[in-house]
Design a protein around this ligand. Structure first.
Ligand SMILES: NC(=O)c1ccc[n+]([C@@H]2O[C@H](COP(=O)([O-])OP(=O)(O)OC[C@H]3O[C@@H](n4cnc5c(N)ncnc54)[C@H](O)[C@@H]3O)[C@@H](O)[C@H]2O)c1
Length: 258
């Protein structure tokens, strides 16, 4: 029988209660990974872990807010205590911030900026910081979640400049980790999705003008699916990518190619 692509890889996924993170958790488990579902929402996180177990996979849920250092440190400790090791971190948790005060820079509120940065950039930093010592023991790797909006400007429609800056920061964080820790056998790669069909995409889906613009930016299809991102994450986390580190892989239907 063929070995699964992530057989027995202990994988910690932040923001795995729903959306892209949950899709990754389910897809990783189908590839044999033992998954730690982390989320600040216990209801969604527990449901995600339960579903994986019901489908024959292995998963536990651990509640953690990625913006809180003590919670992230405890999350990594719990993952290692339960599964004995850590092979992969998928640092996925993130928020969009229009309702928090994000917007064009001159209108972006100080609180909005701080709230976005706290989750999207500080959260990624904390997850990587506390996971790296464990990943160094196993020759593990990190997959981070940026956005096409960390690569290109908003062109007048996605004017959330704190969000975009946070995602550009995630790209920088990933490259820094990749460059420094390659000598230690630790890889770090970054995914940059375009518009993907999750709760985060609801506003766009409800706005005909925005959706038409997205159709122009993503000529391969107006909206990507969670599975498109999960498949790319599996590849980067697996041994198939053992000579790949420091890349930013757009999953954006052609958006960043234009
Ligand atoms: N959906 C898209 O179109 C899209 C595009 C590009 C990038 N992304 C990125 O992909 C990632 C996932 O997005 P999504 O669309 O699945 O979003 P989503 O809102 O559907 O899910 C996000 C999950 O993260 C959790 N979360 C939020 N803040 C958290 C925190 N502080 N600590 C722990 N968990 C937290 C939420 O509870 C939720 O379960 C984000 O980093 C997002 O920026 C999404």
């Amino acid at each position: 029988m063929n070995k699964l692509r992530l057989q027995d890889k202990v994988t910690l996924i932040t923001g795995a209660g729903q959306g892209i993170g949950r899709g990754c958790a389910e897809a990783f488990a189908r590839e044999g990974a033992r998954v730690v579902v982390a989320d600040r929402s216990a209801e969604q996180g527990e449901a995600a872990a339960r579903q994986i177990v019901a489908a024959g996979g292995e998963a536990i849920f651990v509640a953690a807010d990625v913006a809180e250092p003590a919670q992230v440190e405890a999350l990594v400790a719990r993952a290692v205590a339960h599964f004995g090791r850590l092979d992969v971190l998928v640092s996925n948790a993130g928020i969009g911030g229009r309702s928090l005060g994000d917007g064009p820079l001159h209108q972006c509120t100080i609180d909005g900026w701080d709230a976005i940065m706290a989750v999207n950039l500080r959260g990624a930093f904390l997850a990587c910081k506390f996971a790296i010592p464990e990943l160094l023991k196993t020759g593990g790797n990190i997959v981070t979640m940026a956005s096409v909006l960390g690569l290109v400007g908003s062109q007048g429609l996605y004017d959330t400049h704190a969000y975009m800056t946070s995602k550009a920061g995630v790209i920088g964080l990933t490259r820094t980790i990749a460059a420094y820790y390659a000598k230690d056998g630790l890889r770090a790669n970054c995914l940059a999705p375009g518009l993907i069909d999750t709760r985060m995409a609801a506003r766009t889906k409800a706005d005909a003008a925005l959706l038409a613009q997205i159709g122009f930016w993503q000529p391969l299809g107006p909206i990507g699916q969670v599975r498109d991102v999960a498949d790319a994450a599996i590849f980067l986390a697996s041994d198939e990518a053992k000579f790949i580190t420091g890349i930013v892989l757009p999953i954006d239907g052609g958006w960043s190619a234009q």
